[in-house]
Design a protein around this ligand. Structure first.
Ligand SMILES: [Fe+2]
Length: 287
């Protein structure tokens, strides 16, 4: 990779990181902010035309054996699967448009949703070793982001050995850095096959799988499982009860409406979700 072809602001960031390996996430976040990288400088690194099977566009722009810089291209509907960041000890992401961001906590084999937020343009968020998250673009415009991942050890690929949380299969998978849904067996190793998740995380996972299948036009290995998850009548009665008691009710509702939207686009029945929304007396039920 020729450093000279990089925009000045990105080169300046790279020089300011230099050989240092012991940044805190706060320090790297500050450096990325200070670099003041502009969207227009990254036009040569966009990959909005990425292969459909890859959930988003990923362009490595610089790499040493202790940090890397990536430009990610989010076309409308592009989402990562739920993942962490391999050897990353410190890192940061700058957005150049609106994105959705969800974070998770893993306790043993059990994954739960911590929070979901909307990221604004020009926002810089920290990435550390404990971060398990999902990013994506639910909006109608293309969005770019730039990502810096670093490690205190010397490694060949910082985000190699990342973990991907495939809730539908109950698997935690080791992948090479691309957090894509429904990877073929040749592209991952299984780290754990006893993964469980709370209801909201599971609904979110299957909703994004439906989005992925809609976007790719391919009904992949987990298609029927994802559709059937939302057709289960026992799921309906349990969920209605749980929802009435849960403080994250709003997030469930958003997720269910998204699932309904994708089921409809895929030509599948939305009857069970319609019943749940009606049970909950949601005024926007059939909007
Ligand atoms: Fe990530």
């Amino acid at each position: 990779m020729n450093k000279l072809t990089l925009p000045l602001s990105v080169s300046t960031l790279i020089e300011s990181i230099g050989d240092r390996t012991d940044f805190t996430t706060a320090e790297i976040t500050q450096l990325l902010k200070a670099a003041n990288i502009q969207k227009k400088e990254l036009k040569d690194f966009t990959t909005f035309d990425h292969p459909k099977k890859e959930g988003y566009g990923r362009k490595l722009v610089y790499q040493t054996n202790h940090f890397e810089v990536l430009v990610v291209s989010w076309a409308p509907g592009d989402f990562t699967a739920i993942h962490n960041h391999g050897y990353t000890n410190w890192g940061a992401v700058k957005t150049f448009g609106r994105l959705e961001h969800s974070t998770y906590s893993l306790d043993g084999d059990y994954l739960t949703t911590l929070f979901r937020e909307k990221l604004a343009p020009e926002e810089v968020i920290p990435v550390d070793q404990s971060l398990i998250h999902q990013m994506g673009n639910p909006y109608r415009e293309n969005v770019l982001s730039i990502h810096v991942y670093g490690t205190s050890q010397m490694v060949d690929g910082i985000t190699e050995n990342s973990q991907l949380f495939e809730i539908g299969k109950g698997e935690v998978q080791y992948v090479d850095g691309g957090a894509f849904y429904d990877l073929p067996k040749s592209q991952f190793a299984i780290a754990n096959s006893d993964l469980h998740a709370d209801r909201l995380t599971t609904i979110g996972h299957y909703t994004q799988l439906l989005n992925f299948y809609h976007k790719t036009g391919v009904r992949g290995a987990q298609y029927r499982k994802a559709v059937n998850y939302f057709h289960d009548r026992s799921f309906e009665s349990r969920l209605t009860t749980e929802l009435e008691m849960d403080e994250k009710q709003v997030l469930y509702l958003i997720e269910l409406k998204k699932a309904k939207h994708f089921l409809r686009l895929l030509g599948e029945s939305t009857q069970t979700i319609d019943s749940i929304l009606m049970d909950l007396n949601d005024p926007e039920n059939f909007s």
